[in-house]
Design a protein around this ligand. Structure first.
Ligand code: HEC
Length: 203
C-alpha cells in the first residue's frame, strides 16, 4: 500500500489524481468539467492487439516475401482442381466429341432418341417437324461438332429445343452416335424432303 502511494506521488507531475479515489486521470484533458481516468488497457485487450500485429507481419511476409500459394485464390483453385483430377482421372479425361460405336452407347442413344427426339424427327429418322436424319442433307453441318452444338443449344426459332440442361454431354454423344450409326443411310417409311445442303459424309 505504501509503495503504491509513493509511486503515485512520484508520478504526481505526470498525472493528475482523482480527488475521491486517488485514481490516475489523464492530464490536461477535460471536457465540460469531465475528466477521464487514465486506466491501463486490460491485458487481454493488449494481447489481442499484439496478436493482430504478429498476424499482419506474418501475413505480409508470407504474401510478399515467401509468395505462399495458399494466399492466392487463383492458385488455391488450381491446386484443388489438380487434386480432383488425380482423385478421379476417369472423370477428368478430356471429353472428346466423337462418334461412339460400341453397342451399349448406341443402345443408350436409341433410348434417348425414342424418348425425346423421335417426336419431331420420327422413330425411323424420316423427319416430321425436324429434318430427315437419314439423308445427306444438313442445315447446320454434319460433323459431330456441328450436331453436338445443335443438340446442346438448339435452334429455338425453328423449333429445335436446346438439350444441354436435360442431357449430359455423354448422353448427347450417345444419341448423336445412334443417329449417325443407326439411322443415317437407312430408308425411312415417309422421308421428309431434303433440307439444307447436300454434304459429304465425314464418317
Ligand atoms: C420439338 C421438336 C424437336 C425435338 C424434340 C428435337 N428436334 Fe432436332 N430439330 C428440330 C427442328 C425443327 C430442327 C431444324 C432446325 C432448323 O431448321 O434450323 C432440328 C434440327 C436438328 C439437328 C440439325 C439437323 C440439320 O439438318 O442440321 C439435329 C442434329 C437434331 N435436330 C438433333 C436432335 C436430337 C438429337 C434430338 C433429341 C435429343 C432432337 N433433335 C429433338 C426439332 C426437334
Amino acid at each position: 500500500m505504501t509503495t503504491e502511494d509513493t509511486s503515485k506521488n512520484k508520478n504526481q507531475e505526470q498525472y493528475e489524481l482523482d480527488t475521491l479515489t486517488n485514481d490516475r486521470l489523464i492530464k490536461d484533458h477535460e471536457y465540460d468539467g469531465i475528466k477521464e481516468l487514465d486506466n491501463d488497457l486490460p491485458g487481454w485487450w493488449k494481447w489481442l492487439f499484439y496478436i493482430t500485429i504478429a498476424f499482419g507481419i506474418i501475413y505480409l511476409v508470407r504474401m510478399w516475401v515467401l509468395d505462399a500459394d495458399d494466399l492466392y485464390q487463383e492458385r488455391e483453385y488450381q491446386a484443388a482442381m489438380s487434386e480432383a483430377k488425380t482423385a478421379s482421372p476417369q472423370q477428368a479425361a478430356e471429353f472428346e466429341i466423337k462418334v461412339l460405336t460400341d453397342e451399349a452407347s448406341l443402345a443408350r442413344g436409341k433410348e434417348t432418341y425414342d424418348k425425346i427426339c423421335q417426336a419431331c424427327h420420327l422413330a425411323d429418322g424420316g423427319g416430321l417437324v425436324g429434318p430427315n436424319m437419314t439423308d445427306n442433307y444438313w442445315i447446320h453441318g454434319n460433323t459431330m461438332e456441328d450436331m453436338f452444338q445443335i443438340v446442346a443449344n438448339g435452334v429455338i426459332e425453328k423449333g429445335m429445343i436446346p438439350y444441354k440442361d436435360q442431357l449430359s454431354p455423354t448422353q448427347r454423344l450417345e444419341v448423336l452416335s445412334y443417329i449417325i450409326v443407326k439411322l443415317h443411310g437407312t430408308t425411312p417409311a415417309n422421308p421428309k424432303a431434303p433440307q439444307g445442303e447436300e454434304m459429304e459424309w465425314p464418317y
